[in-house]
Design a binder for this molecule. Structure first.
Ligand SMILES: *Cc1c(COP(=O)(O)O)cnc(C)c1O
Length: 359
C-alpha cells in the first residue's frame, strides 16, 4: 500500500456546501455566501480583455493589483500579498508559522478553514466558546498557553455574522504575547467599512496579518482571488508557500478594476444590506430570531436540530439550498446567504408556509 503523510491521511476533506437539489427546478444557491449581484461591469470588461492575451503568464508579483488595492484602502502596496482566494493566504501563513506540536487558537464557531489549516500543518487546534455568538477577546486571551503560535479570528464572523469592535481587537493585540501571531480574516469587512474601524494599522506591529477577499462584496467568488496585509518578515515566509503565478491574469484584471470602482462597491453593499434587512425583518415577523448580521448572510437559530433540518428540507423541496451548521457547532441553526430580492422573497414565503404547517 502506498502510504500518505500521516497528517494528510488523518485530515477530513474540507466540507464545502452540498449543492444538490431536486431535478427540474431552478437551483437557488444560498449556501456559500456568494454575491446577490454581479461584479462591477468594469471588472467583467477587464477580465474579458485579459483573455485576449492568453499566451503570457500572469505577473507573479501582482504589481498592478497591489497598487490599486493600496490606493483604494490607503495602504502600502509593498505589504500586500495576493493569492487564488484568501483561503490560500490563510493556509500559507499557518503552514509557515504553526508546525507539529504547536497550537492554533480560534473560537467555537470560527471559520472552518482555520482548523483545517492547523491540522494540515500537524498542529493542535483549540477553540474558546463564543457567548452570544460573538467572539470574546478575554476568553481568547485566557486560553493562550504554551505552544500557542497563532490566534485566528474572522471579523465579521462566519457563520455568526457578528463583529468584533476595533477597541476589542486592539485590546486582544495589546495583551497577546508579542510572539503570537494574530490573524484577522476580514472576508466580509467591506460590509462594515462604513463604521470606519479598520485594523490595518496593527500590521505595523510586525505580528498581525489582515486578510481580505474579492469573493464576497466584490462578487468575484468564481475568479478565486484574495489579498492580505502582511508584516514584511511574515510575507517573506508565507509567499514561499503560495503557488508561483497562481492568480490568473483574468482574475488580476477583474480584481484591479473592481477595487477601483468604489461607487459600484458602495452600491452593491447598500443593495445587499437592504435585502438582508428586509429578509431578516420577515423572519422576525414569522417568529424566528435571526442574528443581527454585518455580512451578506444571516444565521437563523431554530428550536432544535430537528426543526432546523425540517426547515432545510422544506426549502430544499423548492431547490433553495441553505447551509446546515452542524460542522460549525450550531446544529440548530441554518446559515442563509443574502441572494437577489426575489429569491429571498421566495425563501421567506417557503419558511412562512413551513411555520404555519403542522410538523
Ligand atoms: C468566504 C470566506 C473566505 C474565503 O475567501 P476566498 O477569498 O474566496 O478564499 C475566508 N474567510 C471567511 C470567513 C469566509 O467566509
Amino acid at each position: 500500500m502506498i502510504r500518505p503523510v500521516e497528517t494528510v491521511a488523518a485530515l477530513a476533506t474540507f466540507p464545502l456546501a452540498d449543492m444538490s437539489a431536486p431535478p427540474g427546478k431552478r437551483v437557488i444557491g444560498l449556501a456559500q455566501n456568494e454575491s446577490a449581484f454581479p461584479p462591477s461591469p468594469r471588472a467583467i470588461k477587464a477580465a474579458r480583455a485579459a483573455l485576449e492575451r492568453p499566451t503570457t503568464y500572469p505577473d507573479p508579483g501582482w504589481h498592478s493589483l497591489r497598487h490599486a488595492i493600496g490606493g483604494a484602502y490607503g495602504l502600502n502596496p509593498d505589504l500586500i500579498l495576493c493569492s487564488a482566494g484568501s483561503m490560500d493566504l490563510i493556509g500559507a501563513l499557518i503552514l509557515a508559522y504553526v508546525g507539529p506540536g504547536d497550537r492554533l487558537l480560534s473560537t467555537a464557531h470560527g471559520y472552518g478553514y482555520f482548523r483545517t489549516s492547523a491540522l494540515r500543518a500537524g498542529a493542535e487546534y483549540d477553540a474558546v466558546p463564543e457567548p452570544d455568538l460573538t467572539v470574546s477577546v478575554d476568553l481568547l486571551l485566557d486560553a493562550v498557553r504554551a505552544g500557542t503560535r497563532l490566534v485566528a479570528v474572522a471579523n465579521p464572523g462566519n457563520p455568526t455574522g457578528t463583529r468584533i469592535p476595533r477597541s476589542a481587537m486592539v485590546h486582544l493585540r495589546d495583551h497577546l504575547p508579542d510572539d503570537v501571531i494574530l490573524l484577522v480574516d476580514e472576508a466580509y469587512a467591506e460590509f462594515t467599512d462604513d463604521l470606519d474601524e479598520p485594523v490595518f494599522d496593527l500590521v505595523g506591529r510586525g505580528n498581525t496579518v489582515v486578510t481580505r477577499s474579492f469573493s464576497k462584496a466584490y462578487a468575484l467568488a468564481g475568479q478565486r482571488i484574495g489579498w492580505g496585509l502582511f508584516p514584511p518578515a511574515l510575507a517573506e515566509q508565507a509567499v514561499k508557500l503560495l503557488t508561483p503565478g497562481g492568480v490568473t491574469q483574468a482574475s488580476l484584471a477583474a480584481a484591479e478594476a473592481a477595487v477601483q470602482d468604489r461607487d459600484y462597491l458602495a452600491w452593491l453593499i447598500r443593495a445587499t444590506t437592504a435585502i438582508r434587512e428586509t429578509f431578516s425583518g420577515g423572519l422576525t415577523r414569522i417568529g424566528l430570531s435571526p442574528i443581527p448580521s454585518h455580512t451578506n448572510f444571516v444565521l437563523v437559530p431554530f428550536e432544535s436540530e430537528e426543526t432546523a433540518a425540517s426547515a432545510r428540507e422544506a426549502l430544499l423541496t423548492e431547490a433553495v439550498i441553505v447551509r446546515p451548521m452542524g460542522a460549525y457547532g450550531l446544529p440548530h441553526c441554518l446559515r442563509i446567504t443574502v441572494g437577489p430580492a426575489e429569491d429571498m422573497d421566495l425563501t421567506l414565503q417557503i419558511l412562512t408556509d413551513w411555520k404555519a404547517s403542522p410538523k
